[in-house]
Design a protein around this ligand. Structure first.
Ligand code: ZN
Length: 691
């Protein structure tokens, strides 16, 4: 590992924050350099991932009273080292922190309160749970990472001896102690025993380095991690001997919905509701070498490589059988059994450890967050794509750590009791945030015709409801553009619903992106006109291709995935009011829409037992690409009305918008006891009212 320090970049950081008026004089320089090297560390996944690790600088600031005071600027909770900014390093009064070292004990709650009470800015984020460790060391700069190379050495039965061999007296050593006051005191004592050390190795946790300036502390981190890497490169044995794999394995898109479905939790309080996960797939040679190993069940189930992974990945991944191509049914049954045994193991672990701590903890959900699939790769699971990616990133880092440990010795993690204490530590759970989940969290929605007005408004409404959304449209650029406008993980995909191959390919992309599909809004459509007795049959057939078969192809592709998941689903269709109330010369549009209305009922009937619901929205006169200004002029003329009266010619005399239609789809998606429904969104039209 090479130092990424560049004098010019460091100076740029100093100039930038000084110009931004972050602070004056020495403080500006200290904080700017602290931000600079924190980012250098945070941007290397071999050092820290997703909020792991922390750094600090001891400096002086002017407090709110105008007095200059000594402070520790330390990474705040919720900030990521790779993207940190000065507000991510809240200043805490240093003397108040240092005085705590005299205490014999300090509860976590009191520690958090004291840290908050001594913040210079009362609105700042909570200082890191490792704040006291930083405060008790005398150095100006202190850096802490969970380097995979260092963990590969410490996470072994003879990790202490290995580290002593690599570092000698250059580093101090600590056995595993849970973060907090006790660890901070032990670290200070380890340093006091030999004040010449350049850092501390925390067994089965990570590494601290320190220095008089930002560069020294940072480059010591790089040097000591490099020493660990060099040790791991020596005398390696080949790992892992592969187990027997099927000649052909099923595809990742066949496997993902099965995994996703098996790892969903039925909501006991709300019949028909499931707690679902978004699924992120990863594979490469290192992952395959790991998951294909004959001893996978031993080395993958030993526990996490560093304890703060546990809230994101659980203590162990789920292992499933290799999915043989053509035997997807067998695979599905095997996955269900594996999940059941995983849940049983997790419940037993919780019960035993909760009893140990006096029965005060409430169990988290027992579902895995990482699934290892021999022959294929791994899946990360999360309630959003973002969380699924975090789980997958940590799983990849764990695979690297364990592979290197096994290549040079034998991987050994912390015991269950220590892992439980970390997983159920209130300060650790607080990192996940306490904001209420949105109603569609964990659900995947595909919307066709999403480049248009109604489709885009619908995608936006579902994304706001917490779902991951895929926008499908014949015009791929339009789909992408609308997805970009929604932001987050929304994706745009080109899809011609009149082509079965295109529909399958589009749903394959949805599964690749998110792992499955739960809700489909089949919205793509276009209008054809003609007096029915004289219209060219080709026109009628063209309209049926899009306005009937298009819906059928989309529903069929979605149903296949929903059945693989086994957690129900929801098919929503945009059925025009033409389906029940034909307009003059509008047969080519109304007839396939009428067939689609029956299609909705057929799906409701045929798949109700599997929990797949089918509903339609019967909208009328929405200003959109289909009902554009020219078309409005024509239709209003056909009805002998002014354009204004045509657009609000309903019982409520209100123009109906695309957002109104989107909200109707959303309501249908959330109504778990409603199927074969047609919701009318037309401002009131008795002639089109369903009977
Ligand atoms: Zn740590």
């Amino acid at each position: 590992m090479k130092s990424a320090w560049v004098d010019r970049d460091a100076q740029t950081a100093v100039d930038r924050y000084a110009a931004a008026g972050v602070a004056r004089d020495g403080f500006a320089q200290d904080l700017a350099l602290r931000v600079y090297t924190t980012r250098l560390l945070g941007q290397d996944p071999k050092l820290v991932l997703h909020g792991g690790g922390n750094t600090s600088v001891k400096t002086r600031v002017i407090d709110l009273n105008g007095d200059e005071t000594d402070v520790l600027c330390v990474k705040g909770s919720g900030w990521d080292m790779g993207t940190i900014e000065p507000p991510g390093l809240p200043a805490v009064r240093l003397d108040a922190l240092k005085r705590l070292r005299e205490r014999a004990a300090l509860t976590d709650e009191d520690m958090v309160r004291l840290q908050r009470a001594n913040l210079i800015d009362p609105a700042a984020p909570n200082p890191s749970v490792e704040t006291l460790l930083h405060a008790f060391l005398p150095h100006k700069f202190v850096d802490h990472t969970h380097s995979t190379a260092v963990l590969s050495l410490t996470d072994q039965p003879d990790g202490e001896a290995l580290c002593a061999d690599v570092y000698g007296t250059r580093m101090g050593y600590l056995p595993y102690i849970m973060p907090g006051f006790a660890l901070a005191k032990a670290a200070a004592e380890a340093f006091a025993r030999d004040p010449k050390v350049e850092g501390l190795i925390l067994h089965r946790h990570g590494i601290f380095t320190f220095g008089a300036d930002a560069r020294e502390s940072y480059e010591r981190m790089i040097e000591h991690v490099t020493l660990a890497e060099q040790r791991l490169a020596r005398g390696r044995k080949a790992v892992f001997a592969s187990a027997q794999m099927p000649q052909h394995v099923a595809s990742r898109t066949q496997v993902a919905p099965i995994i996703r479905g098996a790892c969903s939790l039925r909501d006991e309080k709300n019949e028909g509701a499931w707690k679902r996960f978004i699924v992120e797939f990863r594979t490469n040679d290192t992952i395959l070498n790991f998951v294909n190993g004959a001893e996978l069940a031993r080395y993958s189930q030993a526990g996490v490589v560093t304890p703060d992974h546990t809230i994101r990945t659980k203590n162990w991944p789920l292992i499933v059988a290799a999915p043989e191509a053509g035997k997807v049914g067998d695979f599905k049954a095997a996955v269900a059994a594996a999940v059941e045994s995983f849940v049983g193991k997790y419940r037993a672990y919780f019960a035993a450890n909760n009893a140990r701590v006096g029965g005060i903890k409430k169990s988290l959900d027992p579902m895995p967050r990482v699934v290892l699939v021999p022959g294929l790769g791994l899946y990360g699971l999360g309630r959003s794509l973002k969380d699924a990616r975090v789980a997958a990133d940590l799983a990849e880092a764990a695979i690297e750590t364990i592979t290197d440990a096994e290549a040079t010795g034998r991987y050994q993690a912390l015991d269950d009791a220590n892992l439980f204490d970390m997983e159920y530590w209130s300060l650790e759970q607080a990192k996940l945030g306490a904001t209420a989940e949105r109603p569609l969290a964990g659900q995947i929605v595909a919307i066709t015709g999403a480049g248009g007005t109604i489709g885009a408004a619908t995608a936006k409404a579902f994304a706001a409801g917490g779902a991951e959304v895929a926008l499908l449209d014949l015009d791929e650029d339009a789909a992408r553009e609308k997805a970009k406008a929604i932001g987050g993980s929304a994706i745009g995909i080109g899809c011609d619903v009149t082509d079965a191959g295109s529909v399958c390919a589009a749903f394959d992309q949805v599964v690749q992106a998110f792992g499955g599909v739960d809700i489909v809004v089949s919205n793509a459509g276009a209008a054809w006109q003609g007096r029915i007795g004289e219209v060219d049959e080709a026109v009628l057939r063209e309209s049926f291709e899009l306005n009937f078969y298009g819906h059928q192809r989309v529903a069929q592709a979605a149903t296949k995935i929903m059945l693989a998941q086994g957690t129900g689903g929801c098919l929503l269709f945009n059925v025009s009011k033409q389906a029940v109330n034909p307009g003059p010369n509008f047969g080519p549009y109304g007839l396939p829409k009428a067939a689609t209305l029956l299609l909705v009922r057929q799906y409701a009937l045929d798949y109700g037992a599997e929990g797949i619901r089918a509903n339609a929205v019967n909208a009328d006169r929405i200003r959109s690409g289909l009902l554009n200004d020219a078309f409005i002029a024509e239709r209003s003329k056909a009805r002998g009305l002014s354009e204004k009266d045509y657009m609000s010619g309903n019982l409520l005399q209100r123009e109906v918008t695309a957002e109104d239609v989107a909200q109707a789809f959303l309501a249908q998606a959330l109504a778990l006891k409603t199927t074969a429904d047609v919701t009318t969104v037309d401002g009131g039209n008795i002639a089109a009212a369903l009977r």
